[in-house]
Ligand binder design. Sequence first.
Ligand code: BGC
Length: 750
Amino acid sequence: MNSWSLKDTNFNESYQLKETLYSTANGYFGVRGSFEEGVNKEIPSVRGAYINGFYESEEIVYGEKLHGFPDRSQSILNVIDTQGISVKINNEIFSLFSGKVLFYERELDFKKGMVIRTIQWESPKGNIINIIFNRLASFTRRELFLINISIEAVNFDGAIEIVSTINGDVSNIVSEDDPRIGTANAKALSIVDLQVENNRSFIKSKTKHSKLVVVGGISHLNSQNLKESIEKEEKSINHIFKGNLEKGKIIFFTKYAVYTDTNRHPDEINQNKKILDEALKHDFGHFAISQENYLTKFWEVSDIQITGDEEMQQGLRFNLFHLLQSVGKDRWSNISAKGLSGEGYEGHYFWDTEIYIFPFFLFTNPDLAKNLLNYRFTILDFARKRAKQMGHTIGALYPWRTIAGDECSPFFPAGTAQYHINVDIAYSIIQYYSVTEDVAFMTEKGMEMLVEIARLMYHIGHFRNDGKFCIDAVTGPDEYTCIVNNNYYTNVLTKNLFVQIGKIWSELGGLQNEDLKNLTEKLHFESEELVNFEKAGIAMFLPYDAEKNLHPQDDSFFNKKMWDFENTPKENYPLLLNYHPLTLYRHQVCKQADTILGHFLLENESNMETIKNDYHYYEKITTHDSSLSTCIFSIMANRIGEYDKAYDYFINTARLDIDNLHHNTKDGIHTACMGGSWMSMVFGFAGMRLVDGELNFHPHLPKKWKSLDFKINFKNRILVCHLVSDSIQIRLEKGEPLNVIVEGIVVAVS
Ligand code: BGC
């Protein structure tokens, strides 16, 4: 097995799933891995192209709408289709579903950043061709999507016709019975212009409500001077190329497609033309080389090498590659739950970003991590507005799910009520500062977000009669337990924010720092507020049952009935598709890690014995119906020394999409779980934690593996880590010497 790629040799199976797995994206746009020439009608397919942050907004229709419910949805849109290319040889249309397929292979190459489809096909009349499709979404020219084809006649001379299409007649999928898929208006984009100009075609489409415009432009180069004609139809444009194929001679044909949109290109169509013309000056090879160079740099710092487990190695590289493909690289975009590979969860950004995906970028490519925080700063005003709508007189409340900044969650118990999104963002900002020491970011953006988040959390909490600070009526990460008082996870992360914010403020120089002085004026921020935060942090109530030596997930969790797992048939999982939410809420049953996640993020808030007890308690009642769960159990199983379990949970994490373990990868990849697989390696098997600004390690390698190697970008240093059995070697590749802590012992790394 080559762990640097994903390969498929069976085109007849699971087409829609493979459209997801073989999608190509670059953080700006993504195209599902559909066949250029299409498939038979009866084969389920979602042929899609998506732009990060490009959405339509519709009114949300409620049976009963109460105060503060979000008014409008936002859904990522399937935009103009530029994938279409059909090939005819001697008047016979090339299709894998006619004639004979003598050879078929599709490969997603993680080093080249390309999908390569290699076919030998015999037409019904016996003409054989070798045809190779290469496609890439350029990492170096973010608007550019390229398809390069080579065609060789094996046993005949004859005519060739290639029809390349740009199609504006696209729609989104609609699913009424799976809440994890979108509810978008299927036909949200209307074509406003079709233009043909100097062998280039453009389609401009607009949404009705969000008023966003997208332009797709295409043009071509070929090695054979094929004769080109262009046919404009009502909603699409075809470029028809005709010529001759000579036996043994290869024709190269490249389609250049460019996407532009309102957010990034105010003059969408003219900018599209310019970018297209510029791209046409270079051949496919030029972009293929820069793609590979870009990826060489990425892998140089991001790769994790497992010696002794090719399957897991492949799963991991597949995940890291898809994370890079999915992550937004400008301030308009973030990383959605499904990346740019499908329409599941409507393209929304969740807390998945901060808690599951951010750490990978933070410790390998801090600039990409910073961009994720920049996006949160872009939408800070929306969060302020949302706080007011929710009746808070101060602060900012980040939306549970959104694209452009407005809260889009119509089901508030497992949506808006997840106020922990606020402290998740704060946690990431604090981590970012600690790892990068980026003072400029903190004074320009980070501190402002921390202040507004802290104000909001302070506002929703209260000091109880016994002096404890409590937070009522919120939902923690576990979506099978909703609207509770004192969710351990929410409280412990809020405590962290309250305690840290004052320290960071002083570290940045307080009012002696001009920027912070300006900030206090802008926000009318009083230093007394910092004192209040600290008091609330110290007094934070963290639910604990002394008799059982356990942390209840919230105030009432242990009073509930146990879920009857024994009599729950296998086919009833995931439970959310088979039981009314209230049935779930009445029981002790968890969809995903909640208290255990709190322990992972803030281990020092509890002692190891209680953490162990909690692990065993919650493990029994957690279904892992969310793909965000097994990685956390893997990490924590490592932490408490249950190494076999840690490995089993890791298996369920690392190959979740490749092996379609949740049976819904057809709707898109699971980016949080992908980030979780990186965390399982670094925070799990290497046991890395950031405590008080220092890196701690508790290494333990799975029995099956010989070694594990990865790099960590930390405070302007690059640390090269090598794990064997239960020891770790750390070498400094770049930067000043530092101390790290391994199993409690301070070690100098130089
Ligand atoms: C999980 C959430 C997650 C969302 C998007 C849900 O199933 O319960 O925690 O944010 O999926 O990935």
